[in-house]
Design a protein around this ligand. Structure first.
Ligand code: BG6
Length: 465
């Protein structure tokens, strides 16, 4: 197994799933503070005690201990997000919250202490709640101005500290989850396609604007888009299935095409025409999109999908698709397909010819804390090691195919609260956090078996795989 010498090994988290401290030091509420039961649940009027994200894993107060453990694994990069509502508690005020800015000063300094490069998601499913409620989130063009002010603040503050930036987490997820992804309060079933694609247009413009501003303020910075990748296979060779897969691919490739090629593709113009989708754009916006494309493409990869005109629908995975008879699934019904990662790396590179960064991948599983035989506790997570070994071998295959892969940050390198289900028990980490779905637990950290395995992977630059 061969990985480039400067390969960025590491792990990823998001502020709203780990920080906690939801109302400390001036932080405003984010949409996650009123989503106690995850993706498909209705938001509550106020934060409620059953919302695990309010405390998360208390990373806000324990980041020093956590980063030390990540440094012990040898991380070269640490991906996290900035909680927008820590910086601008409401989102539409003029002055930022200094205490919030200071937290990330300390966090990034701590990363550099260990030689870890921060990789920062600007907006990871945590729109300030006020912007969602007052403006209907990204449905409003005013969001572009609020986002611009936010990015100018963080770029000016963290220039020299942060080199790698991602504009929106899984930007294509707004198609499935308009509230969590886009802060859009209108219920999904009442949202017209024109409203949805107008909101997406606003995000594209904001993303291009952030790319432009980042390059002006930090010439050494690299800005990427972030896409939820869903390699989709035809269920049969029936040409109807092939065309269905092509059309499904278009809905996701559209997001990368906009960020890399900087213009609306013909297949989307046709879709807009045939579905009477009207979106407002200005000539200046179209120039901005064309002139300020991304430096790299990043993506999450958990599963592949199958599509066809017949076949059994998958249940339990929010992306839909048909059941692939060749694949087993995780405890949460997500099909496990290591080769899908090689496939999508090749596909994305063939299409965009940009460096690629795998910024999320991993296995959400139920872990059991057991005695480690030396007076401590651990998790014997051989299943996770098996999952990640198989996936990383496919990354090496893609690299051998000639795909430039910048790095790999496994998702939830330390256990955190799940985005889709809001559970603690859906664990991804190399580090176990003692917190349960009912909120009990000491919050103590315990390295799992996979912790030692990943340390070896990084130390050998993947040779031990
Ligand atoms: C991605 C998100 O969709 O998948 C993360 O960017 C999320 O925020 C991750 O946590 C895993 O999903 P889940 O639902 O298992 O937490």
């Amino acid at each position: 197994m061969s990985f480039p010498e400067n390969f960025l090994w590491g792990g990823a988290v998001a502020a709203n799933q780990c920080e906690g401290a939801y109302n400390e030091e001036g932080k405003g509420l984010s949409i996650q503070d009123v989503l106690p039961h995850g993706l498909k649940s209705a938001p509550t009027a106020e934060p409620t005690p059953d919302n695990l994200k309010l405390k998360g894993i208390d990373f806000y107060h324990r980041y020093e201990e956590d980063l030390q453990l990540m440094a012990e694994m040898g991380f070269k990069v640490f991906r996290t997000s900035i909680a927008w509502s820590r910086i601008y508690p409401l989102g539409d005020e003029e002055e930022p919250n200094e205490k919030g800015l200071e937290f990330y000063d300390r966090l990034f300094a701590e990363c550099h202490k260990y030689g870890m490069e921060p990789l920062v998601t600007i907006s990871h499913y945590e729109t300030p709640l006020h912007l969602a409620r007052k403006y209907n989130g990204w449905a409003s063009s005013q969001m572009i101005g609020f986002y611009e002010k936010y990015v100018r603040t963080i770029f000016n503050r963290y220039k020299g500290q942060v080199k790698y930036w991602l504009t929106f987490n899984e930007i294509n997820s707004v198609l499935h989850s308009p509230f969590m992804s886009g802060g859009i309060v209108t219920p999904q079933e009442e949202l017209s396609l024109s409203d949805l694609y107008q909101a997406i247009h606003h995000e594209f413009v904001a993303s291009a604007l952030a790319t432009k501003i980042a390059h002006e303020i930090m010439p050494e910075a690299q800005v990427g888009c972030m896409i939820l990748s869903m390699p989709t296979y035809p269920l049969t060779p029936n040409p109807d299935d092939i065309i269905k897969v092509m059309e499904c691919d278009h809905f996701n490739d559209f997001f990368g095409d906009m960020h890399v090629r900087g213009e609306y593709p013909g297949y989307m113009k046709r879709y807009f025409r045939e579905n009477d989708i009207q979106i407002k754009t200005t000539p200046e916006e179209l120039v901005l999109l064309k002139e300020h494309t991304v430096d790299f493409v990043s993506f999450s990869y958990y599963l592949s999908l199958c599509e066809g005109v017949e076949g059994e629908d998958i249940v339990g995975n929010f992306m839909g698709g048909k059941k692939n008879p060749y694949l087993k699934a995780s405890d949460w019904g997500w099909p496990i397909d290591p080769q899908g990662l090689r496939y999508i790396l090749n596909k994305f590179y063939d299409r965009w010819q940009k460096p690629l960064f795998i910024v999320e991948n991993g296995l959400g599983a139920k872990d059991e804390l057991v005695d480690d035989g030396q007076g401590g506790k651990t998790v014997q997570d051989g299943y996770r090691i098996q999952y990640m070994t198989a996936h990383l071998r496919q990354v090496a295959e893609a690299i051998a195919d000639g795909v430039p892969v910048m790095g790999y940050t496994s998702w939830g390198c330390i256990d955190l609260v799940s985005a889709s289900t809001a559970q603690m028990s859906k664990r991804y980490g190399f580090i176990y956090v003692d917190r349960n779905d009912d909120g009990t637990g000491s919050l103590q950290r315990y390295p799992k078996k996979s912790f030692h395995w990943y340390k070896e992977v990084i130390a050998t630059n993947g040779a031990c795989l």
